[in-house]
Design a protein around this ligand. Sequence first.
Ligand code: SIN
Length: 516
Amino acid sequence: MKQKKTDILIIGIGLAGMTAAITAAKSGKQITLITKTNSLQSGNTPWAQGGIVYKGLNDSPQKLKQDILNAGSGHCWEDAVDHLCEQGPNLVKKILIDSLNTKFDRFNNKLKRVAEGAHSDSRVIYNQDKTGLSIHRSALKYLQKLDNVEILTNHTAIDLLTFSHHSTASTDIYKKPACFGAMVLNNRNNVMPILSSKTILATGGLGQLFMHTTNPKEATGDGIAMAWRAGARCFNLHYIQFHPTALYHPSGRFLISEALRGEGGKLVNANSEEFMQNYHKLGDLAPRDVVSRAIHTEMIKNENDCMFLDISHRKSDWIQNRFPTIYEHCLLKGVDITKQPIPVVPAAHYSCGGVGVNLVGKTSLKRLYAVGEIACSGLHGANRLASTSLLECIVWGHYAGKDAIENKDDGDYFPPMDEWKQGKGQVDPSRIAQEWQTIKSTMWNLGGLIRSQEKLHSAMHILRNLQSDVEKFYQTSQLEKNIISLRNGAQTALAIIASSLEARESKGTHYVSDNQ
Ligand code: SIN
């Protein structure tokens, strides 16, 4: 079987994976990044509108820490919070501002800052409403100049390679579980192993498991499914954050950044009445889980399909310059945000749980790291503070990249393997569409914003059967990208529901109406 070998394999090209590559590449080792997408603009990073936490003018690591702990509903891992608060701003300066030259908005050459929900200071820096895109482009540009870094598009990871699952040396089962790369479907529909001393999972989010999401179509929970099958520990999977404000439009949801509320936007009902002060003392800038549930409650109470976000009191030129992406997208959909309130509803946005990692991104499997949204560092607890996700990518990406080049971890053993066996069945696209419909509607209606024991049990029943059918379908079919994503989506959806049923209490984003 044809195979490829590299020092460090990074699966995913969002900010976390790219930051790991930037740091690891300094060692001169061979770094290979793969993405399943056709485009280099892949994952949630380019879609992040609001900004990245840096530091406010009167800020301190302690103030940021307190805000993260408050938003996380008492469930954050304090060591992870300290790590981010102490290292984060320095790494933003060193990596984004000084090395990558990322564009951020400035006034008189000083960085502009905005406050977002549950922040006690204006500490979020931004580039209009396309911060993620600016960061993504600058990181990609930097990496593309490095000789020891290759980026392969249209390369879909199928499974992580582990001693226990893939070695044909029977006594490898006694070794400490370890990962030695990934089985990958390449763009010519060939399957080949990419062997690596270290593997970094950076596959991003899972919003596409839900009917309505702010995430791009590639966000299908691939990393959690692969880690789960490989036996890496995953936790906090039930903490799914719903962004309170996605554009409500029949053509689909679109993120309306929290920065709009940071800049004075108000949530109102169909009668233009504000309502957030009835739910939290921080009003429109309450933590996201509170705002999402408040919108949901108001929609039910008033029998409305959506609520509204109004920024039209600000000057039209200012709005168009500060939020050009949102302005143009909404205008295309018939909403002029400079003149009228924006119809909004909550949508699945971010997974606070994932593959469990330590402060340098190491998972419970040797030679395997996880960074970014796929990982659970414990930083976000039960609900993530706005604009901390890109910062987490920088901090954990950097430390994982550093550890991967420094830590030997028996990274030079590559066991013998069997040939890949390919199924023969033709894939029927309508079958894939049908299974996705079931996953999305089950997760949205039974495992969404407001859960109940009964709904979760019902979801479990549906998804257990579905996952088992999909696994069989996968094994007997000729492999292609769509079936790999479906298999992962089914696995991750089931894992989220299992985790929700096991959770002992309603907390943060995991709200169970009959389990207070
Ligand atoms: C937003 O701009 O509201 C999304 C950014 C984030 O999720 O932190």
